[in-house]
Design a protein. Structure first.
Length: 342
């Protein structure tokens, strides 16, 4: 459209694009929805017209017709560190390959905020939602069921769960690491963890440490527990609390790699050698674990695989193409030099 066009202030339509590109409206629609079905010369001409006019498809109208918005929501506890980044990236890539847009929100580990975000995503027509962990008011699950919005819960696995899950067994994963720690001679153990009352992943990991200690005949009173928010600075502050206690542990098992790196940094600032004076372990095996000094012993979680599987499960649920089953993602130990024998 030229500047002297009396209609140049109105929203451009599909017909306007077709007129400018000198093709049919059906060809424009095909080019936007199935570009592989349009020859390159025509596709280039149509896309140029789309850009020149500033045309945007009316997805609301399309969604009403299809009864889908082609959007899926994900609510993660935090965006402030890399714990959830790798899986969410793979989740988005898998959705994008199916023409689905991702809407992301962060709950800041607040149950009230997460509930508000769930209701907002539903009101905006999200076809499905990815959630992290089980722990939330049962009324939220009832609300989602009444609304007909499918969900997948990640970072946890329970074959008996009432909701569809894709993730790992937090208890088994942390118990395996604790078994290894104990086998290396550690008897005085401390842990830095999120509040287990409001975080089911944290509570299961703590239960794994306790189970390993019990099997090894180590008294539960020998476990020092410090609760902390997740963050590098918070990990350092939690370590100070541990060191202020009457008996110094020989190892600090952290609830994730971010806390562990913070604990290592603070230990070194205080003149302690890791692992000679105190060993430190993490959980997740995010990138920072490999470049930590010393490199961090941790539990490797296949985050990308978990993200892809979650996306596939949600897409299939939305499209009702096949029955879905809970998916177990196996973890493994990464023994690096932040852990030594005692």
């Amino acid at each position: 459209m030229t500047t002297d066009d009396p209609n140049n202030d109105r929203t451009p339509t599909l017909a306007d694009v077709a007129r400018l590109a000198k093709v049919s409206t059906a060809t424009v629609s095909r080019c936007l929805n199935s570009p592989d079905r349009v020859i390159e010369k025509t596709r280039t001409k149509v896309l140029a017209a789309v850009r020149d006019l500033g045309y945007a498809p009316n997805f609301n109208a399309r969604a009403l017709a299809a009864k889908h918005t082609n959007t899926i929501g994900a609510i993660i506890p935090t965006m402030e560190n890399a714990i959830f980044a790798r899986a969410l990236q793979a989740f988005q890539e898998e959705l994008g390959g199916s023409g689905v847009t991702l809407l992301v929100a962060s709950s800041s580990y607040r149950a009230d905020l997460e509930e508000e975000q769930i209701r907002t995503l539903v009101s905006r027509g999200a076809d499905g939602i990815l959630l992290i962990g089980y722990h939330r008011d049962p009324k939220i699950y009832e609300f989602l069921q009444r609304q007909g919005v499918p969900i997948v819960v990640a970072w946890v696995f329970d074959p008996q769960a009432d909701v569809l899950t894709v993730g790992f067994d937090n208890f088994t994963a942390m118990k395996a690491l604790a078994d290894k720690v104990i086998s290396m001679g550690h008897r005085r153990i401390a842990t830095i963890t999120a509040n287990p009352e409001y975080n089911d992943r944290a509570s299961e990991r703590l239960r794994g440490i306790r189970a390993a200690m019990s099997e090894a005949g180590i008294s539960a009173t020998d476990l020092s527990i410090v609760e902390s928010a997740y963050g590098i600075d918070e990990g350092g502050k939690a370590l100070e609390q541990i060191l202020a206690q009457p008996v110094r542990p020989s190892v600090v098992m952290c609830g994730n790699d971010v806390l562990a790196v913070g604990a290592i940094a603070r230990a070194k600032e205080l003149g302690l050698r890791v692992p000679e004076d105190i060993s430190v372990t993490g959980f997740d095996d995010i990138e920072i674990a490999k470049i930590s000094s010393p490199p961090l012993t941790t539990v490797h979680v296949p985050h990308r695989r978990m993200g892809k599987e979650a996306a596939r499960m949600l897409i299939n649920l939305v499209n009702a193409t096949k029955d879905q089953k809970n998916t177990l993602i196996e973890t493994s130990l990464k023994i690096r030099s932040s852990l030594s024998k005692r």
